[in-house]
Ligand binder design. Structure first.
Ligand SMILES: NC(=O)c1ccc[n+]([C@@H]2O[C@H](COP(=O)([O-])OP(=O)(O)OC[C@H]3O[C@@H](n4cnc5c(N)ncnc54)[C@H](O)[C@@H]3O)[C@@H](O)[C@H]2O)c1
Length: 401
């Protein structure tokens, strides 16, 4: 059982509270910080939290709290981590870890130097579908992962500070691509170094300084590529989709807008449908249990189990730092319109990784390029001669196969 100090009483803090105190969980939030007493009081009432304060320092130093959860705007993450380091308290920080890699690296070094437990609250690596897909990838079901595509698009965030480039550290990339980049790493292998990024971003709709749309490609040392697509101007809800292409298989995941639950409503009852749903009238796509589908339950279970065991959780500040470094390269590429290197002062994964040789032998003299059963009863093979390099095709009746 964990006793938790919660910094923040806004949107994500309430999702975290829903997850931590749900079902028969014995974990409890014992104190909460908010900028305004009214928001703290509301959270305290709704979740039966014993106390609150409008001082971060007081909440972090609450003697009953085993760990601190940071659910504050991006520009306050570093100061909150520093407070946890001073108090020598375990710390779990929401995404993005920093507004840039320099901030994230300072946070990583601070928690490691202090020897405190640290977790990076990247929920989308913990969705039930993603967990299953990643374990299938690990067992080899998809062969070598060549390509991933992760998309998070919605009509824009819910608080003023997100829209301010300085406070948030950027726009749709810093807010959403952090999820997509970590999902790509999850499939390609967190020990495979991200080398460089090519990114397009633009401000297409909103009157803001930051980007409201972006698409990026991250190239990894083993030749794999992960694509992220993010938007704050997508209409129609929260589009959370991932695709994984391996040499031996494929995964398509739709985490949110299509979960197999469809409903029609005339709009009576004023129902809450799901996060960022734009309408509660007509054909709707609700989500059965958002907290579960978005990965929060598995995420906190991993965090608290790891804290109790004294082991590292699946996502740490190190992961948050790598993600920030990839986003820095993305922003640099937007400016230069070129591939930009991912600058990593700390890298703990593999080094000098080469592309796997995925060539398949057909016989002693040929590689197999392609084999296909035709609609007219033959099998065609395309072969490459290993010595001459010539590419030839052969066709034979399907029965001879
Ligand atoms: N899926 C996810 O993991 C996810 C989803 C949403 C938000 N987040 C992250 O959670 C953090 C908080 O986002 P949110 O959506 O809960 O924000 P929010 O605006 O809903 O809540 C912010 C909270 O911070 C407190 N606060 C203290 N100082 C503040 C200041 N100067 N300006 C504004 N608020 C201040 C407020 O009292 C409030 O309780 C961000 O880092 C965001 O990226 C993560």
């Amino acid at each position: 059982m964990a006793q938790l100090a919660l910094l923040g009483a806004g949107f994500i803090a309430r999702f975290y509270a829903d997850s931590i105190q749900s079902l028969r969980s014995k974990d409890r939030i014992c104190t909460v910080y908010a900028r305004r007493a009214e928001s703290a009081e509301k959270l305290v009432r709704d979740y039966g939290v014993p106390r609150y304060s409008t001082s971060i320092e007081d909440v972090v130093n609450d003697p009953e709290a085993d760990a601190v959860i940071i659910a504050l705007p991006n520009h306050l993450h570093e100061a909150a981590v520093e407070a946890c380091v001073r108090a020598k308290k375990a710390v779990l920080c929401t995404k993005p870890l920093g507004r840039n890699a320099a901030e994230a690296l300072r946070m990583l070094r601070a928690v490691e130097n202090a020897g405190i437990f640290h977790g990076y609250l990247e929920d989308l690596l913990y969705t039930p579908k993603t967990r299953k897909a990643i374990s299938d990838v690990a067992s080899g079901a998809l062969g070598k992962i060549l390509w991933t595509r992760s998309r998070e698009a919605h009509p824009g965030p819910h608080s003023d500070w997100f829209w301010d480039k300085e406070t948030a550290g950027g726009g749709a990339i810093i807010d959403l691509a952090c999820h997509c980049i970590e999902i790509g790493r999850g499939y390609i292998g967190k020990d495979i170094r991200p080398l460089e990024v090519m990114c397009w971003a633009d401000t297409l709709v909103k009157p803001i300084d930051a980007e409201d749309n972006a698409i990026g490609l991250v190239r990894f040392e083993n030749g794999a590529v992960s694509q992220f697509e993010v938007s704050w101007t997508f209409r129609g809800g929260l589009d959370l989709r991932d695709e994984v292409m391996g040499s031996a298989g494929t995964v398509w995941i739709n985490n949110f807008l299509r979960t197999g639950f469809e409903m029609y409503s005339s709009g009576e009852g004023n129902t809450y449908v799901a996060e960022k749903a734009e309408s509660n009238e007509g054909w709707l796509f609700p989500v059965g249990d958002e907290v579960h589908e978005l990965g929060y339950r598995h995420m906190f279970t991993d965090m608290f189990d790891s804290m109790e065991r004294g082991t590292e959780p699946g996502e740490t500040f190190y992961d948050g730092y790598i993600v920030n470094a990839v986003m820095d390269a993305a922003y640099q590429s937007v400016r230069s319109k070129k591939w930009e290197p991912v600058v990593l002062d700390v890298w703990r994964g593999k080094t000098s990784v080469e592309k796997d040789n995925l060539f398949r032998d057909y016989d002693e003299h040929h590689y197999l390029i392609k084999e296909e059963l035709t609609h007219y009863g033959t099998v065609k093979v395309i072969l490459k001669n290993k010595l001459t390099g010539d590419i030839v095709e052969q066709e034979k009746p399907a029965d001879d196969r």
